[in-house]
Design a protein around this ligand. Structure first.
Ligand code: ATP
Length: 234
């Protein structure tokens, strides 16, 4: 479904991504784990069109996304949940969700999907008229995920959904990611919380200073000595 080939991304003189290749197949949860500054967010931004790569190709079902403008990428079925949540602070929960559906025109379907988001996140339903900026960190994460779902994506990119959340909330968010996947959305998950990410991933890649150094199933990487030492606290 998603195929990244020899991707190179630079910020001026700094080569943040040094020719990486990886794939996400239909229906999978794939995770990209790595330390601070490894290039996880940069990779996400290149896929969603926010950053232009120096070279390489990114195929979404055979269409090269590097040649597609970012706003079109959403309507092709790819939605991103950005790092740090970035909800619209001055808009209500409901307005934030509607904004997530901007690429759609089917009003009945949009209303139906909003109800579906409220089923996944009952807390958002209770707060539907509350301003985004007044939600707790965990609720903002839920809203950012709900907003991405409103685009009805075939594949969802999630950038560190566990960041800044309590262990209990992290568990809840990861359960919901599994639910979203079980309902048919393919997931590319970028995480520093390697333990949780590997536990739910079908396959995983380790990113180190702009290069992929290891790949395997979630289970394989979770039991790899190298991964244990570097990312799972020994
Ligand atoms: P984190 O987990 O800390 O968010 P990351 O793996 O997502 O890290 P990136 O944010 O992709 O890492 O950064 C990769 C590298 O690119 C880092 O060395 C970073 O300093 C550099 N970088 C990121 N954004 C810029 C920018 N706008 N200008 C210059 N360098 C940047």
């Amino acid at each position: 479904m998603l195929k990244v080939e020899n991707l190179v991304v630079r910020y001026g003189m700094i080569e943040a991504i040094k020719g990486i290749s990886f794939e996400v197949h239909d229906g999978e949860i794939v995770t990209l784990i790595g330390a601070n500054g490894a290039g996880k967010t940069t990779t996400m931004h290149a896929i969603s069109g926010l950053l232009k790569p120096v070279s390489g190709n990114i195929y979404l079902n055979d269409v090269d996304l590097t040649k597609v403008p970012p706003h079109k990428i959403v309507s092709m079925g790819l939605a991103q949940v950005p790092e740090g949540r970035r909800v619209f602070a001055q808009q209500t929960v409901e307005e934030n969700l509607i904004l997530g559906a901007y690429s759609r025109t089917d009003a009945a379907g949009i209303a139906q999907d909003m109800e579906h988001v409220f089923e996944l996140f009952p807390r958002l339903k209770e707060r539907r008229t509350q301003l985004g900026g007044t939600l707790s960190g965990g609720e903002q994460q839920m809203l950012a995920m709900g907003r991405a779902l409103m685009a009805k994506p075939k594949i969802m990119l999630m950038d560190e959904p566990s960041m800044g959340l309590s262990p209990l909330l992290v568990k809840e968010i990861f359960h919901i990611i599994q639910d979203i996947n079980a309902q048919g959305t393919t997931v590319l998950l970028v995480e520093q919380n390697a333990k949780m990410a590997l536990a739910i991933a079908n396959r995983a890649y380790v990113l180190e200073t702009g290069k992929i150094t290891l790949e395997g199933t979630g289970r394989e990487l979770a039991s790899s000595e190298q991964v244990k030492k570097a990312y799972l606290g020994g």
